[in-house]
Design a protein. Structure first.
Length: 95
């Protein structure tokens, strides 16, 4: 079933996004309370696909999360405008 306009299912909540192919991608904070130095990470959990295949999980430092966000925003902008970025070797990249 294809949905469009107001019939389309919500694609995001406070801490997750549901892709058009049905994967739920959750973004949360993980805090490990070590006695001498607490550790805080941003987690990215790509859930199972519609066929039940397992997803992936990553734990990122705050700087890594910011780098990922920057790259996602860059690629989203390129996708919206139909342009391609070039990698350092000069080859076009569609990622």
């Amino acid at each position: 079933m294809t949905t469009t306009g107001s019939d389309r299912l919500p694609t995001s909540e406070d801490d997750f996004v549901v892709t058009t192919c049905g994967r739920r991608i959750a973004v949360r904070r993980l805090r490990l309370a070590a006695a001498d130095r607490p550790i805080s990470r941003v987690t990215l959990d790509v859930g199972r696909d519609q066929g039940g295949e397992p997803g992936a999980w990553a734990s990122l430092t705050a700087d890594e999360a910011r780098d990922l966000a920057r790259l996602l925003l860059l690629q989203a902008g390129l996708a919206e405008h139909g342009t391609e970025s070039a990698d350092p070797s000069g080859k076009a990249s569609s990622v």
